[in-house]
Design a protein around this ligand. Sequence first.
Ligand code: P70
Length: 461
Amino acid sequence: MKQQMKWSWAEPYKIKMVELLKMTTPGQRKKAMQEAGFNTFLLKSEDVYIDLLTDSGTSAMSDRQWAGMMMGDEAYAGSRNFYHLEQVVRDVYGYKYMIPTHQGRGAENILSKILIKKGDIIPGNMYFTTTRLHQELAGGRFEDIIIDEAHDPENEFPFKGNVNIEKLTKLIAKHGAEKIPYISIATSVNMAGGQPISMQNLKELRKLTTKHGIRIIHDMTRVAENAFFIQQREKGYDKKSVAEIVKEICSCTDGATMSAKKDALVNIGGFLAINDWDVFEEARNMVVVYEGLHTYGGLAGRDMEAMAIGIGESVDDNHIKARIGQVIYLGEKMIDFGIPIVKPIGGHGIFVDAKKFLPHLSQDAFPAQTLAAEVYLDSGIRTMERGVVSAGRKANGENYYPKLELVRFTIPRRVYTQAHMDVIAESTLRVFERRNKIKGLEMVYEPKYLRFFQARFKKLQ
Ligand code: P70
């Protein structure tokens, strides 16, 4: 499926300041990769040319956001930037109550502690690393209820973030609604490749959960990107603005955790939003233990101001069209080169299928980790493993073996140009051309939690 838009898109901004990049030699990159134990998380950013590790906290703020930083009210309590942020969350997303947190996982921690009891089941549309870990640490167990299509990189279903309603119905019948504190629903499902959930599916889910008295908690980290895909692909939404669709999505859910470092165009920040007063009360109590007072939650006043302004900019149709237009441009270039990627192209990056790219490597030789290292060695481009290393181990110590073994080329917002996209695709092509000669990796150091961040590897001979 060609996703290319009929007419060219262009950025709805011009560049006022630039940051110079360091270019490296193959020898320097080899040394840096060895020192980093073949883990791109352990590279020094100085040794990176184009940084596609993540779209989290790496976007460029606007002049308006920077001006907002100067308007920071750094009072310990009751900062005016907090009240501005609270108002924006109500106006743009429609949630009643909001507590700022230092980033997304801060909100996940508090919410999981409040809503989950030991032995609970939390069904969700594919796991996310930090989200699942907080659910498990609170005594719960995550159950994947995403549609099967999401696990197949080749399947071009337009809403691979959808929930399999039948699977969920069976799960409720099996465990009983009292064992399910909430359904964990992400928009733009990260681990599936930035795939959207449809409004129709969300509405069906709302109906079913209302019948059983189960809450829906929304991981709204990339909700605006999901809304764009609904506008482009779902019947009845082509005339609606991204802002209208975002609000409609949120209205189908009871609360949310947000990492504002993505959609909301800030370098740090997040929040917990909820419509239920009792949960809010408890969260407001708990935030002082883990984050800070409920009117700053671990953030400076200036951070909250930049976030409030960034949220407004994030739901602008022209912004989102250019943001996703750039991702699609890169994806189509890779498809034209014959590089196997997850389809349809998602919202925040290109996910290269490492199983298909390196079919001679078993999952125990970490194909995605290997490929990420090889792309860096070729050009200094940094990407992220999203496969067996990220999936970690089950409570009984066995490895999770996810069907998707991917390398994520994540595109920061408003940072790189179309020429950078060309260089990225060409570097990946060079690695693809020598793929048969590439050997796998062996893990030589494994941390207990979220191992992908700090694990170290050695080249297999
Ligand atoms: C990424 C980042 C963060 C994230 C997310 C979704 C859908 C929650 C969070 C947590 C950073 C990251 C995190 C773990 C592993 C690798 C990278 N995703 N929900 O790069 O938010 O980072 O603010 O605590 O994508 O995808 P936060």
